[in-house]
Ligand binder design. Structure first.
Ligand code: SF4
Length: 469
């Protein structure tokens, strides 16, 4: 029987069918962090249960870490308490923790892949929505809530409902200045923020096959913003080359055996899908969100819609978004003045993202009125960027060069917007208040577009930007 990767991974990890119709699914890798795990550990302790598979559980600290001064104890006592609780829980349960001293700390969805923990054919769960990122490797990876974190800690399995599979094929070539971020924003614009509910998204087509693993991670990362709990790309040579030599990937003959199995998990030619969508990469231009959800975006050379331009069911949300953002219907997005520029997050803070942003700002300077930050996704990304001299490119251009963490993606540390500030951001959510100020405004875009906006002081088209070659 020809199957999709989703079906093959699901079947390979099915423990049993539960009486309520759900599937008890074995979880190959459980990633935890300081925000959603403390309560789960407390619940386990209250029931006298140990962590079932500490060797399949990996922890890091990302959401609350300060990115400027990381000396302990943190000045933010709540952050200090959360990290101390994670340290205690990991120590007592034998779970490895990649902490600030490890050299491998970072955003959970950045370090899993770079350590080679994330592998094709796996089931991966984490108490964070953007766990879909790991699907870039051909894993079935999804975010879970705190009570499910407890369940996985206790049993290394979860009760789950299966998903339908929608194949999204992107064919053709992306134009220069157009990135994976623009592709996923266009997918979400087209299918809607709820379009993926009940689906796993399989990203296919030659435009996706040509992408690096970093780019595939950007695409899969934002699946959840389109309502799809799972997003994946079938494993291929790019996947296998990326994993070779990684710290926790198999080595020598074991690697070759694993690679053969990884390839066998890819969707078969002729597999049946519940839905198929086709897109032309050549039609995609740089995109910028203008509203309060990731569906509300336009190409950089377009104007904002009026409520009357959209289907009846979307009119109220367009009106609400225009009102919150203080934007007028029909105004161009280009020329929107920004106050803050943020290059960071699990969507776009990998080395290739930093390289693209640096390419734009090299020899330039951040506009006088703009505060600009680069927050690498991990300590490894930061170190690699420093080896290439990217830190100097950024600091000479007037960016702040920070330690690794989630930072202004959701502002659980001191990095936050103030008042009505507008932020050009390479992150993944533009919800009201997401970046720390209830009135703050977020415009999502690619890291290169953020860099160009930082220098220009307003939204510009990176394709016109004279220093982007
Ligand atoms: S960078 Fe943002 S989206 Fe990613 S894990 Fe951190 S808070 Fe979540």
């Amino acid at each position: 029987m020809r199957g999709t990767l989703f079906q093959k991974v699901w079947d390979a990890h099915t423990v049993r069918k539960l009486p309520n119709g759900q599937t008890q699914l074995f979880i190959g890798l459980h990633l935890i962090h300081e925000v959603t795990s403390p309560q789960a550990f407390d619940m386990l302790r209250a029931r006298g249960l140990p962590v079932r598979c500490p060797q399949r559980t990996v922890a890091t600290v990302d959401h609350i870490v300060p990115t400027r001064d990381q000396r302990r104890p943190f000045s933010d006592l709540m952050a200090e308490d959360m990290l101390a609780a994670l340290e205690r829980n990991c120590r007592e349960s034998g779970v490895p923790l990649f902490d600030l001293q490890s050299g491998a700390q970072g955003i959970v969805h950045v370090i899993g892949p770079e350590l080679g923990l994330t592998q094709p054919g796996m089931t991966i769960a984490c108490g964070d929505s953007h766990t879909s990122t790991h699907g870039a490797f051909g894993a079935v990876a999804f975010g879970i809530g705190t009570s499910q974190v407890r369940d996985v800690l206790a049993s290394q399995s979860l009760a789950m409902d299966p998903l339908k599979v929608r194949r999204i094929s992107v064919s053709g070539a992306l134009a220069p200045g157009v990135y994976a971020k623009d592709v996923i924003l266009e997918i979400i614009r087209r299918l809607g923020v709820n379009g993926g509910v009940g689906y796993a998204y399989e990203y296919a087509g030659d435009a996706i096959s040509r992408m690096s693993m970093d780019e595939r991670m950007t695409i899969c990362n934002m699946s959840i913003e389109g309502g799809a709990r799972v997003g994946y790309v079938n494993p291929d040579d790019v996947t296998i080359d990326y994993l070779r030599g990684r710290r926790f990937a198999p080595s020598s003959e074991a690697f070759d055996r694993a690679a053969a199995w990884w390839r066998s998990m890819a969707s078969d030619p002729g597999a049946a899908y519940d839905d198929e969508v086709r897109m032309d990469a050549a039609l995609i231009r740089p995109r910028v969100t203008w509203g309060i959800n990731p569906e509300q975006s336009v190409f950089v050379d377009e104007r904002l819609p009026a409520p009357g331009d959209v289907p009846v069911e979307s009119r109220a949300s367009v009106a609400e978004a225009l009102d919150f953002m203080g934007f007028g219907a029909g105004q161009p997005i280009k020329g929107t003045r920004i106050d803050v520029a943020f290059v960071g997050s699990c969507t776009n803070a990998r080395l290739s993202d930093l390289r693209e942003a640096a390419r734009v700002v090299r020899g330039q300077h951040v506009a006088r009125h703009v505060r600009a930050l680069v927050v690498p996704g991990s300590q490894a990304v930061r170190a690699a960027a420093e080896r290439e001299g990217l830190d100097r490119v950024f600091t000479e251009a007037g960016f702040e060069w920070r330690g690794a963490g989630c930072s202004m993606c959701l502002a659980m540390n001191q990095d936050r917007l103030e008042g009505r500030q507008i932020c050009a951001s390479s992150s993944n959510r533009n919800f009201k208040g997401r970046q720390g100020s209830p009135a703050g405004r977020t415009l999502l875009m690619s890291p290169a577009m953020v860099a160009a906006a930082a220098v220009a002081g307003e939204i510009v088209d990176v394709r016109d930007f004279s220093h982007a070659d």
